[in-house]
Design a protein around this ligand. Structure first.
Ligand code: BGC
Length: 757
């Protein structure tokens, strides 16, 4: 397509019309100029392509496809290559089905375990979330199909998601909520970004210029198309001016007319309109140029991939007495409805019409005979004593009980948040009763978000499958029976109870306002700072083998913020079976002028090791790994000082550490006024010399009446001097220091430092 030519021929009305969908899933065409429409489809864990005969809005009426594990599971792989392979498969499916853009992945931060849509999101940690999202996008787009990174930004709850305002301070917004998108945008360059429904600090994302233009395009260099979440548009002309290119779905001409009107009356500039139209045309052109008519997809091959991926995401949370892998010659009972009919995906726009689903009960046949009792129902949460009694009898007469538990669709979904962090009570009761008669009990969990485990001490094994996709049953059995060694690590903390979670006091907020008062202390950043016991920490996950860590080498002891730091560590498989390990790198700022987390994830690698094998893993850290977001400079900022580099197998299992000194060239704005404290002046280079007289006058107070000053009084006076604004010294010195002298000090400091330090 010759976009320049088309732009010169389009009428104002045609331009406006291109900025909204023709229906639920298609853009509009302009036939006279050869602009076709293209189709977009949900995602992101499979292809939810709506059937042609469907009215469009139906949630379950999509073509038969393959349901891969959900984002909550995928992130636990900590495996960029694996997620890339998933993306490739999805991209190929899109090509074969004539879909131009896959609507995903979702990379919002898991602020609270209660968010109904956590299953669609990756992590509580922005570094992990953004890296996994980047791999997903790179995979999809390697097949020349667009991704839509969503929901930009701060869509961290379902409650009032279309009207709530997330009130977030600037540092937290950038360090946590935007950072989850940033790497994915910068590195993977998604063709589209989908704005969220909610407001941020009072402004709808769909018309938020700071978000869609200042940050996304100007800071991060995004050059694709911004699409609204479905129905997220409020003031359409304002949205166009702010950087929202495409409105989806159709607004039946209503908003197109508003755009025309706004251009005519001068409230929307032609330049802003043209930018948006060009972005739409570029997307359509990409489809036209890259569409592969010969693409075919093989559902069975993708099903096998779904099984493989699921088995590399599951997290072995607990394995006392090496209860897993199961011994095939023992009498094994599978208990719980999910063994027969697994919950493997969440409800809402990501729901896939799976062409087949394999249950653990079916998959176990490959390994051994297992007996089965249903244990509970899934239509409601009612304790069924007969079902439980039957399960208890079976458990008693078996050697091992494996209980398949988790959340049902009634407990978590798009559209609403969870009310509590518990499992259905009928399942908790079942687990309690079975564990009471069978010491060798294992629980296999199917849930999109952490659950409380009141029975944790009474079971020997816990395998977290999250929502494992349509091949979950095969993957579970591969792990239970030891064909696959588990290697997933938690991408979020499991707190002991909901009230431990940092957002507890402010979730889901008051009416249309939710204050993110916990600031940057989300997930492990909070639990670590508080030194709080958790059920399972971020990054935790067991294996059937063991690993040793050695030889942490930093290839420098001092760097500047323009250098990068290379380091290496050796990991060895010290057990008897092959296994994969996720090597995690955390950084701590030893001393800082602002409050910072105890550690932050800044690198990870997943490696595979045969028994006895060792590998050297190399990491490179750049300035960003040491920085915080400075709300004075409105940018990432590193402070000179020492940083600790920690290598761990989980956030609470640090194996090795070493330190590095970073010399910064960053400066902050600094203007001295009579309100500036003496302590802040003293911190400047040769600072004391500016205020020698003030210090002298203040010190007279320390001399007292000759009596010894107690240590506490001396500490108090020192603190008082540090925190004294300059102007206070006028009255404290009995006017021996004048306001004019204070003004002179300020002038001198400002002349020497020229506005920054
Ligand atoms: C969801 C998006 C989804 C869109 C289209 C919205 O309600 O928030 O994630 O892509 O619908 O189904």
């Amino acid at each position: 397509m010759n976009i320049k030519h088309i732009m010169s021929k389009l009428t104002l009305e045609e331009k406006a019309s291109l900025l909204s969908g023709s229906d639920f899933w298609h853009t509009k065409s302009v036939e006279r100029l050869g602009v076709p429409q293209i189709m977009v489809s949900d995602g992101p864990h499979g292809l939810r392509k709506q059937r042609v005969d469907d009215d469009g809005a139906g949630v379950n009426q999509s073509i038969e496809a393959v349901c891969f594990p959900s984002a909550c599971a995928l992130a636990c792989s900590f495996d960029r290559d694996l997620i890339f392979r998933l993306g490739q498969a999805l991209g190929n499916e899109c090509q074969a089905e004539n879909v131009g853009v896959l609507l995903g992945p979702g990379t919002n931060i898991k602020r609270s375990p209660l968010c109904g849509r956590n299953f669609e999101y990756f992590s509580e940690d922005p570094y992990l979330a953004s890296n996994i999202a980047a791999s997903h996008i790179k995979g999809v787009q390697s097949k020349k199909v667009g991704s839509s990174l969503k929901h930009f930004a701060a869509n961290n709850q379902e409650n009032r998601r279309m009207s709530v305002s997330a009130e977030i301070d600037e540092r937290t917004l950038h360090e946590i909520y935007l950072a989850a998108f940033e790497t994915a945008v910068r590195e993977a360059r998604p063709q589209t970004v989908m704005c969220s429904y909610n407001k941020i600090n009072g402004v709808y994302s769909s018309q938020n210029k700071y978000l869609l233009t200042d940050v996304l395009r100007d800071k991060w260099g995004f050059d694709g198309l911004v699409v609204s979440d479905w129905g997220a548009v409020c003031d359409r002309p304002q949205g166009v001016a702010a950087g929202l290119d495409l409105e989806m779905p159709s607004s039946h001409g209503v908003n197109d007319a508003k755009i025309v009107e706004a251009v005519k009356n001068g409230t929307l500039s032609k330049e802003d309109l043209d930018k948006a139209v060009e972005n739409v045309l570029k997307l359509v052109d990409s489809y036209v140029q890259n569409h592969d008519d010969d693409a075919v997809w093989d559902k069975n091959a993708d099903h096998a991939l779904a099984v493989d991926i699921a088995s590399q995401c599951m997290v072995l949370l607990k394995n006392d007495d090496r209860i897993l892998p199961l011994q095939k010659n023992r009498k094994i009972a599978f208990i719980g409805k999910f063994a027969e009919k697994p919950r493997y995906q969440g409800g809402g726009s990501s729901h896939i019409n799976s062409f087949k689903v394999t249950s653990a009960l079916f998959a176990a046949e490959k390994y051994t005979n297992v007996s089965y009792a249903q244990g509970y129902g899934t239509d409601d949460d009612v304790i069924d004593t007969a079902l439980i009694n039957e399960a208890v009898e079976l458990a008693k007469n078996s050697d091992t009980a494996v209980i398949f538990a988790g959340l049902t669709d009634l407990f978590e979904s798009e559209g609403f948040d969870r009310k509590h962090m518990g499992l259905p009570e009928c399942q908790n009761e079942l687990i309690r009763r079975v564990a009471a008669v069978q010491p060798d009990t294992v629980v296999v969990l199917h849930n999109g978000s952490p659950v409380e485990m009141p029975w944790i001490e009474n079971v020997k094994g816990i395998l977290e499958t999250y929502l494992g996709g349509q091949g979950v049953g095969e993957a579970v059995c591969d792990i239970l029976f030891g064909r696959i060694n588990p290697s997933g690590k938690l991408a979020e903390t499991f707190p002991k109870k909901l009230s431990d979670n940092p957002s507890f006091l402010n979730f889901p907020g008051d009416g249309d306002t939710v204050r993110y008062s916990e600031g940057i202390f989300v997930g492990y950043r909070y639990y670590d700072y508080k030194d709080m016991d958790v059920l399972f920490p971020f990054g935790h996950g067991l294996s059937y083998t063991t690993f040793s860590y050695s030889d942490l080498k930093l290839y420098a002891k001092n760097i500047t913020d323009r250098d990068s730091l290379t380091l290496s560590v050796t990991v060895r498989n010290t057990g008897h079976v092959a296994g994969r390990e996720v090597v995690q790198l955390y950084v701590r700022d030893v001393e800082s002028s602002v409050v910072r987390p105890v550690k932050e994830l800044k690198g990870f690698e997943k490696i595979e090791l045969a028994p006895g094998e060792s590998k050297v893993i190399v990491f490179t850290l750049d300035k960003r790994a040491f920085s915080f977001y400075n709300d004075k400079t409105h940018d990432w900022f590193v402070e000179s000082g020492d940083f600790e580099i920690m290598i761990g197998s989980s956030s609470r299992d640090i194996k090795l550490s070493s330190s590095i000194h970073v010399e910064s060239s960053d400066k902050v704005p600094f203007v001295c006024t009579p309100d500036t404290t003496m302590g802040d002046i003293m911190k400047l280079k040769n600072g004391v010399k500016y205020i020698e007289k003030l210090v002298g006058e203040f010190s007279k107070n320390l001399e007292g009446d000759g009596a010894e000053l107690g240590e506490a009084t001396r500490l108090m006076m020192e603190a008082q001097m540090r925190d004294n604004p300059l102007h206070v010294m006028v009255s404290f010195s009995d006017e021996k220091i004048t306001h004019e002298e204070i003004a002179e000090i300020c002038d001198k400091v400002n002349a020497d430092f020229k506005g920054q330090i």
